[in-house]
Design a protein around this ligand. Structure first.
Ligand code: AMP
Length: 698
């Protein structure tokens, strides 16, 4: 049995069972009810063999345009004067409201600009932009033309940006002159972009730059650099005729890079029709958001959260989306999020637990919260990393004013101010949540299933999630489990999704079908491997524990330890190194470098400083590498075949941290973490343990 969701009569659980009984019927109903198709699909799914099961294509004969569904149809339905986008930017002192009519006009205009430069169906447009409405305009203009956009997070340094540019070779790049960390801290984007082109050895046909008031720069026409405002002004009179290009359901809507287990980012390809269906389904039923209501998803467009629920989800739903250009604290204070909730009557809010951690640290008594009326809010959802029960309880108490005792392991939020404040779990690959507590199935908060602290909710309808037993002998490396076995309830295992994957999931990796298969489907035949470990308990609640691979979440941002390792290894003083991660009270996890120096004569403090600088400049400030976390050792633990035992090191760090948190003793001569049978030298294991004990137990 893959799950135990059988003890509840809630509407969410009933929908789950319906979706499991006949997934094709379930998703076909959603597709026909939620989306306007140019050609309505007659089939839910392509016919597949066991060998092609991972290549599921939903609604294969349907044809549509996502931009039409996100804007035009709402204008035709009389929502033209409704606000589609609220741009709230405390760092520039701006609040701008854009109606669906205005958004349509701007999108048509930019689509005209793109067309002028030869962008059409299937062409790639790369965006390197701040949280400004123009970013959304470019994304939608691409969708209108059937072009494929790829938004790269502005916090990435040129080397990381260059990897993405070389991989997708965009026809056009759109950027802005700067991002703003605060009112005074301006980050110039153009030099970063130029350096990335240099490193990639590739220049797009055209670069379009939005001149922001905070930084105006000289553009070089000889390098085909064009100014946003001039292009838009020229295109305006011609834009009336830019229609929506109808595409096949499985034509890519966008491509989003994410970190995998190697230094090369993965280009997640998202199909138009299935993604639109999955987003709208989650918008209505999971988040309970109605057309005309407002959602605020606190995420950059460069992350999946931003693509799915700042951009497409709310607009497909005819709702209003808030773009916030600021920080939880410091722009200028810890009251900004509550102000936005109140001022724009936000119904639903999504953020990473890090945001709550930062708020709690700065304003533990919720004094800023107390200034605002939040009675209109329906749901606050957390995702991106594990949310500890302590933080979750604080968030519920702060928002609702109700004190939650640490003895409460579950809680109904329905009788409170909001219907739910819950954790939910998803990945860039899934594009929308796989677990959670739905509020859209119920007309009253009291029908919503209870929250369980430490859990990311129930398995969502349409997603056949299971836990596979971990087999010690297959634990290190890329072993294939020929006979996967289901774990018992509460047994920690690898979380997988039974194939075929539901609509909206990744359909391939950009130009890398082979890596697509080996990354996700090779280990467990017939299942998608999420790369997360966890449990499903006896009541069907899913608990996500950690990654099984080398991916880390730093302040909910996904980074590959390999890409940091690559950078560290390039320093001339480094003989060998590995990067793992350790818990951090604010950011969830942060990287830790273990390095053996090459030869003598290096001053450790100097090398440490240089490594930190290097990591910041090559990966970006988001790398969060701190001096304490650069550790010099004589040798690293390895297998007999020379593989560094990263997982063992990480487990040792976690063991010391766990003991510290629980006030338990740690013994330098007794390592509680086992070693694989293939370890080369047990003495190195003990040395490593002692280094870690010394480092973290003080
Ligand atoms: P990303 O692709 O950046 O969205 O990262 C996906 C990964 O973030 C997942 O595979 C998990 O490891 C982690 N993650 C996302 N949401 C949660 C959650 N609610 N609880 C625990 N981990 C999460």
């Amino acid at each position: 049995m893959s799950h135990l969701l059988d003890n509840s009569d809630s509407l969410q659980v009933q929908a789950y069972w319906q979706s499991m009984e006949d997934p094709q019927k379930f998703w076909m109903q959603q597709a026909l009810n939620l989306i306007d198709w140019e050609t309505r699909p007659t089939k839910a799914l392509t016919t597949m063999t066991p060998e092609t099961l991972h290549k599921a294509e939903w609604f294969p004969d349907g044809r549509l345009n996502v931009c039409y569904n996100a804007i035009d149809r709402h204008v035709l339905d009389g929502r033209g004067s409704q606000v589609a986008v609220v741009y709230d930017s405390p760092v520039t002192g701006t609040i701008r409201k854009i109606t669906y009519n205005e958004l349509l006009q701007e999108v048509k205009c930019f689509a005209t600009v793109l067309k002028k430069y030869g962008v059409g169906k299937g062409d790639i447009v790369l965006l390197y932009m701040a949280m400004v409405p123009q970013t959304l305009v470019v994304m939608l203009a691409c969708a209108r033309l059937g072009a494929i956009h790829s938004v790269v997070f502005g916090g990435f340094a040129p080397a990381e940006l260059a990897k993405r540019i070389s991989d997708c070779q965009p026809k056009v790049v759109v950027s802005n002159t700067c991002g703003l960390e605060s009112k005074t801290k301006v980050v110039a984007y153009k030099p970063l972009l130029d350096e990335a082109f240099e490193i990639a050895g590739y220049r797009p046909r055209v670069t379009i730059i939005l001149q922001r008031e905070q930084l105006r720069i000289q553009l070089d026409l000889l390098k085909n650099e064009h100014c946003w405002d001039l292009e838009m002004a020229e295109a305006a009179p011609l834009s009336g005729s830019v229609g929506c290009e109808t595409v096949d359901s499985n034509h890519p809507l966008y491509m989003l890079y994410t970190s995998g287990t190697t230094g090369t980012p993965k280009g997640i390809v998202r199909p138009c029709g299935p993604h639109a269906v999955a987003l709208l389904y989650a918008q209505r039923y999971m988040y309970g958001l109605q057309p005309g209501e407002t959602i605020f998803t606190f995420s950059d467009f460069g992350w999946t959260f931003g693509n799915s629920y700042t951009a497409y989800g709310p607009l497909l739903n005819g709702s209003t989306t808030v773009l916030f250009e600021g920080k939880p604290v410091g722009t200028p204070d810890a009251g900004q999020l509550y102000r936005v909730f109140s001022e724009h009557r936000v119904s639903v809010f999504l953020c990473a637990p890090t945001v709550v951690v930062i708020l709690r640290r700065t304003d533990p008594d919720g004094l800023f919260r107390a200034k605002y009326d939040l009675t209109h809010m329906k749901g606050l959802f957390l995702a991106g990393e594990r949310c500890t029960p302590e933080i979750h309880r604080w968030w519920i108490s702060t928002i609702t004013g109700r004190k939650i005792s640490p003895d409460n392991t579950t809680v109904y939020c329905g009788t409170d101010l909001v219907n739910v404040i819950s954790d939910h779990w998803w990945q860039t690959e899934s594009g929308s949540p796989m677990t959670g507590i739905c509020i859209g199935y119920s007309s009253r908060g009291t029908d919503v299933v209870p929250i369980k602290f430490g859990s990311a909710g129930l398995i969502l309808p349409g997603c056949d999630l299971c836990v596979i037993r971990v087999k010690e002998e297959l634990d290190e490396g890329d072993c294939i489990d020929e006979n996967p076995e289901y774990a018992e309830s509460d047994e920690v295992g690898n979380i997988v999704v039974r194939l075929p994957l539901p609509p909206g999931f990744i359909t391939t990796l950009w130009k890398d079908e082979k890596r697509f298969f080996t990354s996700y489907f090779r280990k467990y035949k017939g299942f998608y491997d999420t790369g997360d470990t966890g449990t499903i308990d006896s009541e069907g609640y899913v608990h996500i524990l950690s990654r099984t691979d080398d991916v880390i979440k730093v302040a909910a941002h996904r980074l590959s330890t390999s890409s940091i390792e690559e950078v560290i290894f390039n320093h001339k003083a480094i003989g060998e190194c590995c990067v793992v991660s350790c818990p951090d009270p604010i950011k969830g996890r942060v990287p830790v470098v273990f390095a053996a120096l090459r030869g003598n004569g290096h001053l450790e403090d100097d090398v440490r400083r240089e490594l930190i600088k290097l990591a910041r400049s090559k990966v970006g400030p988001i790398v969060s590498l701190y001096p304490n976390n650069v550790v010099f050792v004589d040798r690293l633990p390895k297998t007999r075949s020379g593989k560094i035992l990263r997982k063992m090191i990480r487990m040792m760090i976690d063991a010391v941290h766990d003991a510290k948190t629980e006030n338990l003793p740690v013994f330098a001569d007794r390592c509680p973490v086992g070693a694989p049978a293939t370890i080369e030298d047990m003495a190195v294991k003990l040395e490593t343990w002692q280094t870690i004990v010394k480092l973290y137990s003080v």
